[in-house]
Design a protein around this ligand. Sequence first.
Ligand SMILES: [Cu+2]
Length: 685
Amino acid sequence: MADPTQIGRWDPVFPLPNVAIHTHLLPDGTVLFWGRRDDPAASLNEHSCTPHVWDPVTGTSTPTPRPALADGTTVNLFCSGHAFLPDGRLLVAGGHLTDGHGVNQACTYDHVTRTWAALPPMNDGRWYPTVTTLADGRALVISGSVTDGSGPNRVPQIWDGTAWQPTVDFTGLPLYPRMHVAPDGRVLMSGSNPTTYLLDTAGAGAWTPIGARANGDRQYAPSVMYAPGRVIYIGGGNDAGTDLPTAATEVIDLTAAAPAWRPAASTGFRRRQHNATVLPDGTVLVTGGTSGPGFDDVSPGHPVHVAELWDPGTDRWTAMAAEDVDRCYHATALLLPDATVLSAGGGEYVIGTDPNPPGDTHRDAQVFHPPYLFRGPRPEIAAAPAAIVHGEAFTVAVQDPDIARVTLVRLGSVTHSFDQNQRFAPLAFTALGTTLTVTAPAGPADFPPGHALLFVLSGAGVPSVARIVQVTAPAPADGPVVAVRATDVPAADVRAAEVRATAPSAAPAGTRVTVGLTAQCPYGLSACWGGAYEALGTLDGVAAVDPFADARDSTAVVHLRDQGLPDLDRWPARLAASAGGGYAFRGIELTLTGTLRARAALLHLVAPGLPAPVRLRALRPGTELAWDLETRGPRAATPDERDAYRTLRRRWRADPDGFTVRVTGPALKGRGGWSLLVRVVEDGG
Ligand SMILES: [Cu+2]
């Protein structure tokens, strides 16, 4: 018989009125959630969807109003980002127009009045953005696909309570960046891109690279700050070659003198689309996800039902009881005030052009009781303050003097395998009988202001039911509010990051290479651009990467350092090393300028930068680099493009002494050297 003291226990699955794709613990202990559409038979691109509030004590759900813009226009909060403001309102930024196309709305939800209020619109749409409550109480909104779908919104914006303030831009953001406030007040971006950065939001803002994760680009993986300044990045997709998610995990300690990612213990299962929840004892519970290849493999046997618990003290994963239902793409997990974990949702996405089969959409949830709830009597908080102040002591009355730990966990706000509001802090305390004198987190960078679950744990490690407390900054009368900013950033790093974050200004002089990349994510290369952008920048000989991908053709443009040819032998392996299986390499197009020569009656292009003449050939059907997202095959060239080579040849016959010409087309490297299948001809200059 399964022993709940070792593996915990799941309650039975229960229905919810919709799919909990976005799930939040409100400051009154109830759970706000919403899905994609109210009617399971409606379009997947509805422009409103009813949120619900589920009460974990009574088990009942109640609809709550739908948000609207100031002019009354409804918005769909599906695919938004969210975090709690210091006063307990939930800030929700962006939302769904269609897949890969975001809305520019932002709004707040007040749990006291159960109402929404519209904020001024943002600079552009955001579909899959991340919201982070900063140490100073402002809210950072970053990434998310813009309204026209041309890629992630490059300009992060900060809501200061009155207006949106832009901060330094960044080219090649991933969707739903994994962001955490670091101990010095900067914001860590831990993924999904391989290179991780600290964003300083003070002044004009600055991005500072702080090393890369060895596992490379890992999408739909949770990242958890499991202790102050310590982050674990867990699994995610996908391995090059097999297209399987990884079981590997990596940790970083931002309190170290020179923070660097290092491997931690692997999970027992490969996982992607899973969730990770920090528990009152500082352990991390992983639930759901798929072990299968690709974006979201829900074929039988691939979704992982077994939960796993990580103990950061021992760096060990322990298999927990298995839940009953697949919780893959669009599933969420949330720590509840009674120290159990809600696992909910899944489904509601497009496969090709159709919605997923109804059986893979889950309008239900299940609650997990971790092993600690079976290891002895629960301690009880008899009294605790409603608000506590950074750095100040407060008193907690308990029923029994056997208290070993006091901890604080910020209210969860979860979507797409990431909790944007999650945070854990152990608190120092002294006990005198049943009265605890507890010290609040020292400062706002240790624990950003806002509401949190306050737990006491017994000597056996059993947590109490939480009290919800509001963590606040000291009153201004206590002294000036110190602006948190980094002072120790090496100037060279800042410059490198500024260069990285700014699009190339002058047109690069080297050969222009168009790279065909198929994103494994179903939303196309433009939406899922961050990992590809970074991987392209690592290719041998590449001087610059254009800041935007071409959504229609599923191509990206890089510029070589010189007028030569790319090292095609090494590029695919290099791309796989950086971006894993996230992007399939389809080939390249070259743009070359030179003069025409006949060699053995075959037309060649010669130019000073080219190591050897490049043979020109006609474009044949099926060799096009442009991609059709619908048919998942090459997009046929136009008649003009198919005729380009013949047109060029006619022109050359009339003028065989040569003229300078610029040709573009798919390029192949064979035993006999390079050839270019002419698609476009322009006059060279
Ligand atoms: Cu989604």
